[in-house]
Design a protein around this ligand. Structure first.
Ligand SMILES: Nc1ncnc2c1ncn2[C@@H]1O[C@H](COP(=O)(O)OP(=O)(O)O)[C@@H](O)[C@H]1O
Ligand SMILES: [Mg+2]
Length: 333
């Protein structure tokens, strides 16, 4: 088992008052990998935002595109997410994402730096750039099992911050769990996150017009089919669904492929498998304590799963390291 120690660092170019806990020996141990592909968008496709220079396209998903942009005033790179359409709904979706994400304060959740409408009517969200980002699956290839366990623990802590504010992410999957060049994990894409009702801590809020918009959106099942637990397919996603999806992402990271990879070209077969088939099993060969923890997270009954915080604690206990508080450094560091 890797010996894991923790130290405190600031994110490159970021507010130096915001420390981030890092597994110190993990920042140097990642296998060498080619730099992630970034495309230069054609000038006609490049969004225009005053004060920023759009430099490269970082990725695209169902909601829109994400660009690396340079903040000319603050002299640092940021991530700019732009809705695919200029419709009022597409704009509201990005603004709702920005409002919710802005209320989640955790080092493993990119900070929201701004939001609004571009001159062409598309909605945008400016956030911390995850430098050299790779998806959890890509980062896991060739990484030690202990890295994946710690990334998942960190992601579970970020989800616990959201769950404590009654926000369920709703689309946890390897592409939304980014590992940066230093080996730090970030939970991104809060675009289908939902506000639930809970009595714990203060709930996150949306402005009234976006609240109304979110109500309308809430009647749809949103997210990524391959990572949805049974209750999401039945229209009742919640925090426990995030725990399931994170565990499934770990199963994929450990096993090298999604457990339903051979069903993927037929959505109906995936749905039937999830609803009526046996629960997903962790890959053989995992240490029993880790396999058992994942098996509990993949229970078809959401009430039988551990909470995100229990998952984080279980993973940390498994990794054998001391569990750092979110902003605490190693003694003496
Ligand atoms: N903050 C970020 N830093 C670096 N890359 C990012 C960032 N946010 C998103 N990306 C890249 O853009 C892709 C799509 O972003 P995402 O927010 O998931 O969009 P969508 O909601 O359309 O799925 C991600 O999978 C990732 O590759
Ligand atoms: Mg996404």
């Amino acid at each position: 088992m890797a010996h894991l120690t923790w130290t405190t660092r600031t994110r490159d170019g970021d507010d130096p008052t915001l420390p981030v806990c890092l597994p110190s020996d993990e920042t140097i141990d990642l296998p060498p990998q080619p730099a992630p592909f970034v495309a230069l968008p054609a000038p006609s496709e490049r969004p225009w935002l005053s004060g920023f220079r759009v430099e490269a396209e970082l990725g695209r998903g169902s909601m829109g595109r994400v660009y690396r942009a340079y903040d000319l005033m603050r002299k640092r790179a940021v991530a700019l997410k732009v809705s695919s359409e200029a419709s009022a709904d597409a704009r509201a979706r990005v603004l709702a994402e920005a409002e919710l994400q802005a209320q989640l304060l955790h080092p493993a959740i990119p900070r929201v730096l701004g939001q609004g409408a571009l001159p062409d009517g598309r909605g945008y969200l400016l956030q911390d750039l995850v430098h050299g980002a790779r998806s959890l699956s890509d980062a896991a290839r060739g990484a030690r099992q202990a890295h994946v366990v710690l990334w998942a623990a960190r992601a579970a802590e970020a989800l616990a911050e959201a769950h404590g504010r009654c926000v369920a992410h709703g689309d946890v999957k390897p592409e939304n769990l980014l590992v940066d060049a230093h080996g730090r994990v970030f939970v991104i894409d809060w675009g289908v996150a939902r506000l639930g009702r809970c009595e714990r801590r203060s709930s996150a809020r949306l402005s009234p017009s976006l609240e109304e918009f979110a109500e309308r959106q809430g009647s749809w099942v949103q997210g990524t089919l391959a990572y949805m637990p049974p209750e999401t397919l039945q229209g009742h996603p919640g925090p426990a669904s995030d725990v399931y999806s994170l565990a499934l992402s770990m199963v994929e990271a450990f096993g090298g492929e999604h457990p339903f990879v051979r069903l993927m070209d037929d959505a109906n077969r995936v749905v039937k498998r999830v609803l009526y088939g046996p629960a997903v099993c962790p890959p053989a060969g995992l240490q029993p304590a880790l396999g058992e923890l994942l098996r509990r997270c993949l229970d078809k009954d959401p009430a039988a799963r551990p909470t995100s915080l229990e998952l984080a604690e279980g993973l940390r206990a498994f990794a054998g390291g001391t569990r750092p508080g979110p902003l605490r450094s190693r003694a003496g560091a």
